[in-house]
Design a protein around this ligand. Structure first.
Ligand code: ZN
Length: 240
């Protein structure tokens, strides 16, 4: 049985829908875990929240979720992100906000840790962009694998290896420890605009980071139409 891991959807309904199409076509996937930042930046926060609450069996909180729910100080964010957080608050229901407020910083199961930013101090929203960043964190948790998102840059990092994830399944070593950044569904930032998420196969002990094209033009058009900052529309096109 396999687990699909999604993160940093950022209200991008087109990207989320495309990722789910893939996930639901693989009958071996029996669980979806969401690593947070469901909202912020994009034009469809309510629809994305409805989908995640219905489909994900585990969800942890991201920094944008936390800011929208008024748990993290909005001053922490740049101007563009702040604009999107204000807009998002006005475009979700009270139930959505209550759901975001209820989310934990981390979840654990089957020797795996799930958190949005970093295992050492999830509430400080530190970023893991690289092998070096991962080395500072890799001994801070007892589980064999820690899955993160937050930087929007996918990568598989062990104590001695790194895999920038290009294509196909990566076999994991049961004696190694890993931090695996699954990238972003809704706003990739590694120069590749294709959406990113991961599929974990616990039987095979392997991980695959999936990259897919999606309807960027529609997602981009809605950002412009709803008066969100143009920079956010351009960003998903560039994947940066
Ligand atoms: Zn994010």
């Amino acid at each position: 049985m396999k687990t699909a891991l999604i993160s940093d959807i950022h209200s991008n309904l087109e990207a989320l829908t495309e990722a789910l199409k893939y996930i639901e076509s693989d009958k071996e996937i029996n669980k979806i875990v969401c690593l947070g930042d469901i909202v912020g930046y994009g034009a469809d926060p309510a629809a994305c929240l409805d989908i995640v609450t219905e489909k994900a069996s585990i969800t942890v909180i991201g920094n944008h979720d936390s800011a929208v729910a008024r748990l993290t100080d909005i001053e922490y964010f740049n101007f563009v992100a702040r604009e999107a957080i204000h807009w998002t608050r006005n475009n979700i229901t009270e139930e959505h906000a209550a759901f975001l407020s209820s989310l934990p910083y981390e979840a654990k199961e089957d020797n795996i840790l799930y958190t949005h930013s970093s295992p050492e101090a999830p509430e400080e929203w530190d970023y893991i962009f690289s092998f070096q960043d991962a080395q500072f964190q890799i001994n801070s948790f007892p589980e064999s694998i820690c899955f993160v998102g937050h930087s929007h840059v996918p990568g598989i990092y062990g104590r001695t290896m790194q895999n920038p994830h290009e294509h196909g399944e990566v076999k994991l070593d049961p004696d190694e420890k890993y931090i695996i950044n699954i990238g972003s569904v809704g706003q990739p930032r590694d120069g590749n605009p294709r959406l990113s998420f991961a599929v974990l196969d616990l039987n095979e002990y392997s991980i695959e980071i999936i990259r897919l094209e999606y309807d960027i033009e529609t997602a981009r058009g809605k950002i412009l139409e709803f008066g969100l900052p143009k920079y956010l529309a351009d960003r998903i096109l560039a994947g940066r």
